[in-house]
Write a protein that binds this ligand. Structure first.
Ligand code: 6R9
Length: 671
């Protein structure tokens, strides 16, 4: 029964509903391609119609799509029950399903030989293809291994692996038995991994002997062993073979290949409630430790899969190439869950944009015949610098959609992507979204085919997404040509449900700043024509090579060096990386600034967090600019770092204005 809410909709609920009955469910074997939403909601003939329906008849819109696109064990009774005040969000209440069945079983039943994964290994030309039939067996074996080792529904499983079929099988195996996965980017240090394992109280860790990236070995298992030493919750460490090199054994090790060989390739899927936890993923905030953003089963899967096919125009038989690592949300939604729920072929990219040379992406596109390519602006800017010849060598005729994600894409990079890579024949989609939103929220598509696309902005809201621009006092700025905080006014199925073990922090961060809205942390402009452009983070989160980094995390790491009295970290504009990390440090008496000191400070950040967090600039200074109440004035530090010290704004609240003169002189000296 489809729910009916106040019918403000111009085309009327009944009209839509009566036409719904004969619609063929996507799950039925007779349909092999995705239906056009205009056929699903026949009262709608355009993007605008569908968008208006999604906003005005939210439950009808999402309820219809959920029934159509997912396989349910039990139908849901209510589409949504959401409250922006209490931060309680529930979708598809009463419904039951299994995410792994939706991502694997139903495609394997139709065609076990269809390719699910193409593992594009570090060395070009070594790719491996895994069919839906093979993925089914691999996932079930893995699920049985977890069960044999006592992992139960609701238990947390940490996965510390680069993009590879076993990593995907591990995520799906968790979903199969109802365990909650926490994938930790395999570039994080042992300490960063330990704090994530600890926060989640993970019962087991899945890893590989070593990783291979850009021709270099990465000591994965060694890092895990260093991490679990301080994590008493961990009962086993499963070690898959990637290189097969000998790694030092440790007491919790379980050889994953051996363990899987002993298990059956069939595993009964756990029947999950729509709102049971599917996974958590840690992301940086402006204060404190990274937070474990929680996503649940049905709403997340529906949102990831719908956006994957609508934004990218991904059809049955397409080869989808998202080059993000599975350790980030982009990897979760657009390498794993979205494409697999849609039954298409997804590429697992293990390498780097410049290995063995800056033509790597394009050589891969040609060889694998990729139809949709999805990457970060930082990589595009890097490749642009290396010159067009690396692109022009290859036949990129298979490409139809080019996507960008992670940070604002500057117009120059957008143009290059469009002209040199896309030959002006592809649709370029700058997609704005976040770990917390589960999937793409603002992007030029979906919209009418051929609808205008402006470079450098994500432009239009996805169905069901209602962006608003909010002013300093929390008031919604109506009309166009306005700038302020980007908020979302309406719940959507893919939204995060909580921060693991910290619901009050969830409320404080996202729902308290502007009452009645989800606050994204980003600033945005709604232009004259109504299109959205993102201006960047409004909080103390910076965006380095498309990775979110809390400046407080870097300060905490620096503070652990015995010499550091105080530090303040800010982002500064940096052509290649988007933002660079700029650290101002004051030393305790008796310590000397110098190259050795800087090397140590960089080392400690690498050790506590990861290589991408290492400061590009370290400025040792005599003092930090503070207000009389002792607050560091970061605004000043940002200006100095950005070479804009001529317009510092109001500095009347500074306790000691002399500090600023020093800072500027010092900054100019190290430039
Ligand atoms: C998917 C992802 C989220 C933050 C977000 C914003 C920035 C992402 C963007 C973008 C401008 C885009 N961001 N996409 N800014 N244009 N197309 O990146 O998730 O790692 O959680 O980062 O990234 O600042 O708030 P996540």
């Amino acid at each position: 029964s489809i729910e009916k809410r106040g019918s403000a909709c111009s085309f009327g609920t009944d009209q839509v509903r009566s036409k719904l009955e004969p619609t063929i469910a996507m799950d039925s074997p007779s349909r092999c391609s995705f239906p056009d939403l205009r056929d699903v909601f026949p009262g709608c003939s355009s993007y605008e119609d569908l968008y208006n329906l999604s906003i005005k008849e939210t439950d009808l819109f999402w309820g219809t799509l959920a029934r159509m696109s997912l396989r349910w064990n039990r139908d849901f009774e209510h589409v949504s029950d959401c409250n922006m005040e209490t931060g309680l969000f529930r979708w598809f209440l009463g419904g039951q399903l299994n995410v792994s069945v939706n991502c694997v079983d139903r495609h394997k039943e139709k065609d076990p030989d269809r390719v699910a994964l193409i593992w594009e290994k570090d060395e070009p030309g070594q790719e491996e293809r895994i069919t839906y039939g093979q993925l089914y067996t691999m996932m079930n074996r893995m699920a049985n291994v977890l069960k044999t080792h006592g992992v139960k529904k609701g238990d947390r499983v940490a996965i510390y692996m680069p993009a590879c079929p076993l990593a995907v099988a591990s995520m799906l195996a968790c979903a199969r038995i109802g365990a909650v996965h926490s994938v930790v980017f395999a570039g994080f240090s042992a300490e960063a991994l330990a704090s994530r394992i600890h926060d989640a109280e993970a019962k087991v860790v899945i890893t590989a002997d070593q990783g291979v990236r850009g021709g270099k070995l990465i000591e994965l298992k060694k890092t895990v062993v260093a991490a679990v030493g301080s994590c008493p919750s961990v009962k086993a460490v499963f070690v898959a073979k990637r290189t097969g090199n000998l790694v030092v054994p440790s007491p919790l090790d379980v050889d994953l290949d051996e363990a899987m060989a002993k298990e059956s390739g069939e595993c009964e899927p756990a029947i999950m409630d729509s709102e049971d936890l599917l996974f958590m993923l840690y992301t940086s905030g402006s204060t404190g430790n990274p937070k474990g953003v929680v996503h649940s089963q049905a709403g997340y899967l529906l949102y990831a899969s719908l956006t994957q096919r609508l934004v990218f125009d991904c059809k049955d038989g397409d080869i989808f190439g998202c080059v993000a690592d599975i350790g980030w949300i982009t990897g979760h939604s657009y390498v794993v869950y979205g494409p697999l729920a849609n039954g298409v072929t997804t590429v697992l990219f293990e390498s780097t944009p410049t290995y063995p040379d800056p033509g790597r992406y394009w050589e891969t596109v040609q060889r694998l015949k990729i139809n949709q390519f999805y990457a970060a602006p930082t990589a595009i800017r890097l490749l642009l610098k290396h010159g067009d010849e690396h692109v022009e060598k290859y036949d990129l005729g298979s490409l139809r959609t080019l996507g960008s994600v992670g940070e604002p894409i500057n117009v120059e990079a957008w143009q290059w992507y469009n002209k040199v890579v896309g030959k002006e024949k592809c649709v370029v989609v700058d997609t704005w979204w976040q770990t917390e939103t589960g999937g793409i929220c603002i992007s030029p598509r979906p919209s009418a085919p051929g609808a205008e696309i402006h470079p450098g902005m994500p432009m239009r809201p996805m169905y069901g997404i209602w962006p608003v621009i909010v002013g300093e006092k929390g008031e919604e700025l109506k009309g166009n040509d306005v700038t302020g905080a980007l908020c979302l006014k309406k719940p959507w199925p893919g939204m995060a449900r909580t921060i693991y073990g910290a619901h009050s922090r969830f409320l404080e961060t996202y729902y308290k700043p502007f009452r009645g809205f989800y606050f994204t942390g980003d600033g945005a402009i709604r232009h004259k024509d109504g299109y959205y452009q993102i201006t960047g983070r409004m909080d103390d989160v910076i965006n380095v090579t498309g990775h979110r980094l809390g400046t407080a995390e870097v300060e905490n790491a620096l503070g652990q060096h015995p010499s550091v009295a105080e530090s303040a970290v800010v982002g500064y504009p940096c052509n290649d990386k988007g933002e660079g990390v700029y650290a101002y440090v004051t030393l305790k008496d008796g310590f000397l600034a110098g190259v050795k000191m800087e090397t140590e400070l960089r080392g400690i950040v690498r050790q506590k967090i990861a290589a991408y967090a290492v400061p590009d600039v370290i400025q040792i200074c005599a003092g930090l600019p503070k207000t009389r109440s002792g607050k560091i004035m970061r605004r000043i530090l940002r200006k100095v770092a950005a070479d804009q010290s001529e317009n510092l704004g109001d500095i009347s609240t500074l306790a000691d204005p002399a500090v600023v003169k020093d800072l500027i002189a010092n900054h100019q000296a190290i430039k």
